[in-house]
Write a new protein. Structure first.
Length: 292
């Protein structure tokens, strides 16, 4: 009896290529979805989406996003584990490294779990759209103890209030610093004449906090006076939402220089850092009488 020889089959190269393209497309879709969910403060949904993304293979950025979502949900222990995984995948990942250090401090005080982020604790996304003349960046000085500062995250809303000639910044009811004088001097004068501002945390490190400030109302008395004079290009609106505020990624200056994490928004890399605004831009304006 003749033995039957089975035909030898080989994987279809075209099928493999199509499968790879489909997986790449799926990863991109899940990544965009996770970022959109984080932007909307939908942390439970963002957690699930990033977990689905990681099922497709190791991804340091997805690990960072998952850690961020878990942190916002109060799962500090799990958040730290995923930041550690991100750092293992990418030993140069400063986002993961920095947040591991911050979580080390928080875990001592709060334990493995804490309360989820309060509703309304995040700044409105519209604040993080940079618009020439209406938005600007500032450093905070006189920061609180690192244990308190560790509770502050990119994207948190910031309230600004004049106090004894200074502009005080608070977040979630906690004073987090004083707006640097070169920016505060001009804003204090405009606020005294009726202007209103909203702000949010864009990035922070062990010893610095940076916020974005947006003019949300201009009093008629300030007509013709811009809140943030700069030598910027006139390409006005520049979205900032997918950067440090959502992904808690690189410090802003690194995003601009290296087009690293925050460039996930692809057009974020044009955001102007505080250094781009010269001190002269914040000098007090002379009244018409003084000019004459």
């Amino acid at each position: 009896m003749k033995s039957e020889t089975l035909p030898v089959t080989f994987p279809d190269v075209e099928t493999q290529a199509t499968s790879a393209v489909n997986q790449t497309r799926l990863k991109r879709q899940l990544s965009d979805q996770a970022i959109a969910q984080a932007t909307a403060a939908q942390w439970a949904e963002a957690t699930e989406t990033n977990q689905r993304l990681l099922e497709l293979g190791p991804d340091a950025e997805a690990e960072n996003r998952l850690a961020k979502a878990l942190w916002e949900l109060g799962e500090l222990g799990q958040a730290r584990e995923h930041y550690q995984t991100a750092l293992a995948l990418d030993p140069t990942n400063r986002i993961a490294e920095r947040n591991i250090d911050r979580l080390r401090i928080l875990l001592v005080d709060a334990g493995e779990k804490t309360v989820p982020a309060q509703e309304g604790s995040k700044a409105a996304v519209s604040i993080f759209v940079e618009e020439t003349g209406k938005t600007g960046f500032a450093f905070l000085t006189d920061l609180p103890h690192p244990r308190k500062l560790a509770q502050v995250n990119p994207g948190d809303a910031v309230e600004l209030a004049p106090e004894s000639g200074r502009l005080i910044a608070t977040s979630n009811g906690m004073r987090i610093g004083i707006v640097e004088p070169r920016v505060a001097a001009r804003l204090l004068k405009l606020m005294a004449d009726g202007n209103k501002y909203a702000a949010g945390v864009t990035s922070l490190g062990d010893k610095d906090v940076r916020i974005i400030i947006r003019e949300i109302y201009q009093d008629p008395r300030n007509y013709g006076k811009v809140s943030f004079p700069t030598a910027a290009k006139s390409t006005d609106l520049r979205p900032y939402t997918k950067g440090t505020l959502v992904r808690e990624e690189m410090d802003l200056e690194e995003d601009l220089e290296d087009d690293d994490e925050d460039d996930e928004i692809e057009d974020l890399d044009r955001v102007l850092p505080p250094e781009a605004t010269t001190d002269e831009a914040f000098e007090e304006e002379l009244d018409e009488a003084d000019e004459s």
